[in-house]
Design a protein around this ligand. Structure first.
Ligand code: 1CP
Length: 343
């Protein structure tokens, strides 16, 4: 049986619009919370192939999405490079910051695949266990977004530490980005070799950068990853997600060479249909908070998105991930609404 999501990304949309949701595995599902309780730390969870496989499959069993996204985290990459990464309840991710030549020199690609190898094992188990028409999506964070955590040592609103290092020490900053390009390209290639059909590159924090820096920190590293992955796996589509890129979205699409782009909630759909969907497959872009509310407004906005993008290749998704307070029954209504639509 053909994989609808994969075919749509290749530019061959059918009558049905394929769908998956960012953070479809996660705290809004009671069965996820049950598994989460059995692992001491979040990183242990990411490196447990049996449990990571189980929570990846949970939403597929409930809702029958066309795509299953590997359960892991974007911070697996700095961990694999030797940076100390841990998650603290209430605080989110914590890292020993890399902000000097001395701390940078501690990082290395040499033990990377051994350190993160269990993630590849999760991908290969998923590839064996998923229904045959479900597309398996691998992923990584984009270098800029991952660098904001590596340099700042935690999540932040304005990514001050990364921006300031990028301006004050462009040489060191460039080395960090280059290392991330190499590690991320290899990481995605290994996921593809283990069975991922598609890969997505999350640039969650690409908002509000000056145009010059958007070129240098977002577009160039992403383009380099796309080229490296393509050189080995030309058949595997790549989705980019430059969240909140605004007016720079089209430049990102044209210059990175990605096959599909995930649209954040703020992207106007008429513009996306005319300017973006003519170039690549689009994915998106329901407001995740509308799924907390549910009801008629969620259904009508879902249908508006489906109608607006039916002229070309479209994968239905959210504009960002589900929030933990999302009622699972609203997700069921959302899935039914998408399944009922014909292009
Ligand atoms: O169980 C828990 O409480 C942990 C919550 C959680 C989950 C479910 C985190 C912590 N990561 C994940 C899994 C995850 N992360 C997935 C796979 C599951 C799925 O999507 O179904 C993916 C693709 C990610 C990617 C990720 N991690 C991103 C990019 C996408 C996005 O949401 O913008 C980012 C920025 C992270 C970092 C991260 N991971 C977790 C937290 C709390 C954070 C920090 C977010 C912040 O700084 O605000």
């Amino acid at each position: 049986m053909a994989k609808l999501l994969l075919e749509t990304l290749r530019g061959n949309p059918g009558e049905k619009v394929p769908f998956w949701f960012m953070r479809q595995a996660g705290r809004y599902l009671p069965e996820y919370r049950e598994v989460r309780k059995t692992v001491p730390t979040f990183m242990d969870f990411c490196y447990d192939p049996a449990k990571a496989t189980e929570v990846t499959l949970q939403p597929i069993r409930r809702y029958g999405m066309d795509g299953a996204i590997l359960f892991a985290d974007i911070l697996v990459v700095p961990d694999g490079l030797g940076q100390k990464v841990w998650f603290e309840t209430g605080l989110g991710p914590q890292l020993d910051p890399v902000a000097t030549e001395a701390s940078y020199s501690q990082l290395s690609l040499s033990g990377f695949h051994e350190k993160v190898g269990n993630v590849y094992e999760t991908v290969s188990r998923l590839s064996a266990e998923l229904p045959e028409n479900t597309t398996l999506i691998g992923f990584a964070g984009a270098p800029w977004t991952v660098a904001t955590y590596m340099i700042g040592g935690q999540g932040s609103k304005d990514h001050a530490a990364a921006r300031q290092l990028g301006y004050s020490n462009p040489e060191l900053f460039g080395k960090i980005l280059n290392l991330l390009v190499d590690a991320t390209a290899e990481y995605l290639c290994k996921q593809i070799e283990a069975g991922a059909d598609v890969v997505q590159i999350f640039d969650s924090w690409s908002a509000a950068l000056p145009e010059t820096m958007f070129d240098r920190w977002v577009i160039e590293p992403t383009k380099a990853i796309v080229e490296k992955v393509r050189a080995k796996h030309s058949e595997t589509p790549i989705i980019g997600f430059p969240r909140l890129a605004g007016a720079l979205l089209k430049k990102y699409v044209l210059e990175t060479g990605i096959d599909g782009v995930s649209l954040d909630t703020g992207v106007p759909l008429g513009w996306a249909a005319d300017e973006i969907q003519t170039e690549v497959c689009v994915q998106g872009n329901l407001d995740p908070h509308l799924v907390v509310a549910g009801g008629e407004m969620m259904v009508s906005e879902t249908n508006r998105i489906l109608e607006s993008l039916k002229g070309g290749a479209h994968i239905f998704n959210l504009g960002h991930g589900f929030v933990p307070e999302t009622p699972p029954e609203n997700v069921a209504l959302l899935a039914e609404t998408i399944k009922a639509f014909n292009r």
